[in-house]
Design a protein around this ligand. Structure first.
Ligand code: ABU
Length: 379
């Protein structure tokens, strides 16, 4: 029997093969209907820069990503990288134009492995519309070499103006708070939209966050696609996160029975039952070492990148080197904690979970949440 090259069912089984992102050719975040980037710190009121990122910022991020790759290789993990690409060309489709693209430091946002299947997400932002192309040589190689690998491309949305909710970015915070249980964000419910990083895999169960980057139709598409093979797709909500984008700074499963949770972003009341009824522990992450204001000037993620960790196994986790409080917590929970410096990657889209995409983990799909009243295709 041929050994599977592509097989990963959850976030914690022993990691065997992974793709680590690359900052080569990256550009700044683009202001567009699905995204409004802002500077932080003393220059917060200056316009957000456009075009390619400076070579020194790219070199610093590359050194950290290479450091992660070296650590993983030293641990016996096969590491692959996306092909370098220039993201500065504009994109014009029949429905939109965007002045330049983004980059491939964060493969997790784009690609989702579910067992033997690689799913290319629809994506939600124009500047990231063609990001999957940088991974196509890798995906084609896996597909050629692994006869059981399934390659799925989710339907691309138009990303036309009408796919986005007018006025969203100008709502005052009080209005966001008032509407927090409506889960209305910058994308409408008119097309299928999801980023892969809004999904967490727990074996037979997958959690998908409704967010600025994933709508209800996107979740419904994943349910309809995955349920026929016995998987259960649950939508999850974090009403106090007024600008949710990607679940991996909010709800991070570390091993069967344990999720690292974000104390600023509790689950919608009632959604915790799935975990508590199955004897899982939800453990709050400690406060990050940086405030939101202290995060790098061009970083568009929250300070909770502190909890954006990469599991190498149910016993071993890689964390950012300055997050000492988190290291202590994980150590106390019985983990071996490995650390790498990673803050220069933050401005390229995220931290350790964002910057990786696991292709193969040892182990099978398992039912870790057997007690539940699951409603298939609840839409
Ligand atoms: N791309 C992960 C960012 C999530 C957050 O800032 O909470």
């Amino acid at each position: 029997m041929t050994t599977a090259l592509v097989s990963s069912w959850n976030e914690w089984d022993p990691l065997e093969e992974v793709v680590v992102g690359d900052p080569t050719g990256a550009c700044y975040d683009v202001t567009e209907p699905g995204h409004r980037p802002k500077r932080r710190g003393p220059r917060r009121d200056l316009p957000f820069p456009r075009g390619p990122k400076p070579a020194d910022a790219i070199a610093r991020a590359r050194a950290e990503l290479d450091g992660l790759a070296a650590l993983l290789e030293a641990r016996g993990v096969t590491v692959r990288r996306p092909a370098p690409r220039d993201f500065s060309p504009a994109v014009r489709t029949p429905d939109f134009t965007v002045e330049h693209q983004y980059g491939v430091a964060c493969p997790r946002d784009v690609l989702l492995t579910v067992g033997p299947e690689i799913i290319e997400a629809t994506m939600s932002r124009r500047a990231r519309y063609f990001e999957h192309l940088a991974y196509r040589p890798l995906i084609l190689d896996y597909w050629r070499r692994d006869p059981r690998m399934v390659w799925t491309v989710a339907p691309k949305p138009t990303m036309a103006d009408c796919m986005y909710r007018p006025g969203f970015w100008d709502w005052p915070l009080e209005e966001r708070h008032r509407r927090m249980h409506d889960y209305e964000f910058c994308i409408t419910q008119d097309e299928v939209v999801f980023d892969a990083a809004d999904v967490m895999r727990l074996g037979r169960d997958l959690l998908v966050q409704e967010s600025m980057t994933t709508n209800r139709l996107g979740i419904h598409w994943l349910k309809r696609h995955l349920e026929p093979r016995g998987l259960r797709v649950h939508s999850v909500h974090f009403p106090l996160d007024h600008f949710p984008s990607h679940i991996d700074c909010t709800f991070v499963p570390l091993r069967p029975g344990l999720v690292l949770t974000n104390p600023d972003r509790p689950l919608q009341r009632g959604e915790e039952r799935l975990f508590l009824d199955n004897g899982w522990q939800l453990v709050d992450a400690p406060l990050p070492s940086l405030s939101n204001e202290e995060m790098p000037e061009f970083c568009q993620s929250s300070r909770w990148l502190s909890m954006n960790v990469l599991s190498l196994s149910p016993r071993t986790v890689v964390c950012e080197s300055a997050e000492h409080a988190l290291h202590e917590l994980l150590d106390g929970l019985g983990f071996e904690v490995l650390v790498v410096p990673f803050r220069h990657v933050y401005a390229f889209g995220g931290s350790l979970h964002c910057a990786t995409w696991d292709v193969r983990r040892a182990g099978e799909s398992g039912d870790h949440l057997p007690r539940q009243s699951y409603a298939p295709l609840d839409g």
